[in-house]
Design a protein around this ligand. Structure first.
Ligand SMILES: Cc1cc2nc3c(=O)[nH]c(=O)nc-3n(C[C@H](O)[C@H](O)[C@H](O)COP(=O)(O)OP(=O)(O)OC[C@H]3O[C@@H](n4cnc5c(N)ncnc54)[C@H](O)[C@@H]3O)c2cc1C
Ligand SMILES: NC(=O)c1ccc[n+]([C@@H]2O[C@H](COP(=O)([O-])OP(=O)(O)OC[C@H]3O[C@@H](n4cnc5c(N)ncnc54)[C@H](O)[C@@H]3O)[C@@H](O)[C@H]2O)c1
Length: 477
């Protein structure tokens, strides 16, 4: 066993010898490491797999890279309307797609490692756990332990796919999203269990790649929790493309058959396919880390309890990212990590503001949201005015042959301040930004309406939506 302490460092940039140990090298961990280095701390990142975490190696980067191929294929849907004749069959080489996905993920992970090393962070490979609030013990895969003493510990260990005891992934036919990239041929019929964001993204992508897809949704409609109009639109698009969407259908289990899989539903129905993807949520990777023993409170779901500056219940121990369950997005994980380091190292701190977070569902069309949702406004009893402009009325969308989508804005009925918005459209992830700026900087609908937009452009619908709201806002009501 070897022990490392701040006294051993000869790094001249370490101003105060403050020792930060970060458990987990995903966005929560590596963004925190960069901030801590900038603030002069001695930083060690403990990572058992690869830098970039699940976000880079199995979740965000691989899924969005796969979706890039799917998007290219869906882009041709409007071809006949635009006067383009199909010259022949388009085939997807899934082995090539997955090789590209994995190469891109590996390269990004290597970039993050190089950046951290360049910035002077130390990277220790192995399984870390807390031994009290100020000490981390790392066990290397090849054996041997390293003890790291710390003034501040950041727990950013992420989450892993939830599975069902009656549907045990085998990596071949019964799969979690982390195992999909091993496939070298398109599944004949893919059953996606779970219609949250993960299920919807993969169901849409694999359908676009050419698979027969069945989406098993335990709820009334896909994407529960998202804007209802957006979810209904997407479900309609999925069905219109020929995807089988099974509503109110809870999977009880999945088993392999001679040449595929069978999923049994809770009501006894069975669904046959060649492969099944479990997209039934994630569990925080907090078990067995010595957290509670170190005084770190966990919620009943196993998430680390944190406040708005990422403090846990143990002094000197912070947590960020999916292991906190605050909002499982890479952007939020990164922000929580940065905030934690700023707080621990005495820099200016802005507590986490979830109301400003922008999110995007990478389906076709995409669904981007920011600020308050319509449900939050209604359930919170907040008075608001709303405008919804269908994309089909936008001149640029007409030229591009786009029909499915809309721009929705919410504003305060007196102050006119933009409270939130939803964009459903191709590349909604890019189009949401003006609304994000409006929400973040408390702009009014008149501020948005008075800015120039390109004619013709999809963003014209955002300004037009704001102009519609101008007529509904009554100052001094
Ligand atoms: C399919 C899918 C697609 C997604 N797409 C998006 C998207 O498009 N945009 C978006 O914003 N979010 C997306 N997300 C969410 C995003 O992946 C997470 O919010 C993000 O990964 C959280 O970052 P993190 O740092 O908390 O954890 P992670 O990225 O999970 O990193 C945690 C790291 O900690 C390591 N670790 C765990 N335990 C230990 C230990 N004991 N010792 C050492 N190391 C340990 C793990 O190996 C891992 O590398 C997606 C999620 C999924 C499932
Ligand atoms: N584009 C993105 O930013 C992106 C992409 C993927 C995930 N994420 C993040 O990850 C979070 C989690 O999303 P998720 O979709 O992985 O999980 P989730 O928990 O949101 O959705 C899982 C769904 O599976 C359903 N389900 C559970 N058991 C089932 C069963 N036995 N049969 C049928 N359905 C069942 C649940 O009712 C739920 O609707 C999201 O809220 C998001 O923050 C983000």
């Amino acid at each position: 066993m070897s022990a490392v302490s701040a006294d051993e460092t000869t790094d001249p940039t370490v101003r105060d010898g403050h020792r930060v140990v970060i458990l987990g090298g995903g966005p929560g961990g590596y963004e925190a490491a960069l901030v801590a280095r900038r603030l002069g701390a001695q930083v060690t990142v403990v990572e058992r797999h690869g830098l970039g975490g699940a976000a880079v190696l199995t979740d965000v980067v691989p899924s969005k890279t796969l979706i890039a191929t799917a998007e290219w294929l869906t882009g041709s849907e409007a071809a006949p309307e635009l006067g383009v004749r199909e010259a022949g069959r388009t085939d997807v080489d899934l082995a090539a797609v997955n090789a590209r996905v994995l190469a891109l993920a590996a390269a990004q992970s290597a970039d993050i490692r190089a950046r951290l090393e360049r910035e002077g962070a130390r990277i220790v490979t192995g399984d870390g756990r807390l031994d009290g609030p100020g000490r981390v013990v790392v066990r290397a895969a090849e054996g041997g332990e390293t003890v790291l003493d710390a003034d501040t510990v950041l727990v950013a260990v992420g989450a892993t796919p939830r599975t069902l005891p009656t549907a045990v992934p085998d990596g071949e036919r019964i799969l979690t999203w982390t195992q999909l990239y091993r496939l070298d041929a398109l599944p004949r019929r893919l059953i996606v269990v779970g219609s949250g964001v993960t299920g919807a993204e993969f169901a849409g992508a694999y359908h676009a790649l050419g698979c027969d897809v069945v989406l098993v949704s335990s709820r009334e409609r896909v994407l529960p929790g998202e804007d209802e109009d957006a979810a209904a639109l997407l479900e309609g698009v999925f069905r219109g493309r020929g995807m089988q969407v099974m509503s109110r259908s809870r999977a009880a289990g999945a088993e392999r058959t001679a040449d595929g899989v069978v999923v049994t539903l809770a009501d006894g129905r069975v669904v046959e396919g060649s492969h099944v993807l479990l997209a039934v949520g994630a569990v925080p990777a907090t078990a067995g880390l010595g957290l509670e023993e170190a005084g770190v409170a966990l919620s009943p779901s196993g998430h680390v309890v944190v406040d708005k500056v990422s403090r846990t219940t143990a002094r000197g121990v912070y947590a960020a990212g999916d292991c906190t369950g605050v909002l499982p997005l890479a952007s939020v994980a990164a922000q929580q990590g940065r905030i934690a380091m700023a707080h621990a190292l005495g820099d200016a701190v802005q507590p986490l503001r979830l109301g400003d977070v922008a999110a995007n569902i990478f389906t076709s069309p995409e669904i981007a949201t920011v600020g308050y949702s319509e449900r939050q406004l209604r359930e919170g009893g907040v008075r608001f005015v709303a405008s919804t402009l269908p994309l089909a009325r936008n001149p640029r969308a007409k030229m591009l042959g786009m029909r499915d989508g809309f721009v929705k804005l919410f504003a305060h009925p007196e102050a006119g301040v933009v409270l939130g918005g939803v964009v459903v459209s191709p590349r909604a992830s890019e189009l949401i930004f003006p609304i994000t700026l409006a929400v973040a900087h408390r702009l009014t609908v008149d501020d948005v309406a008075s800015a120039f937009t390109i004619y013709p452009s999809l963003s014209g619908s955002i300004a037009e939506g704001a102009r519609v709201l101008h007529g509904q806002v009554s100052p001094g009501l």
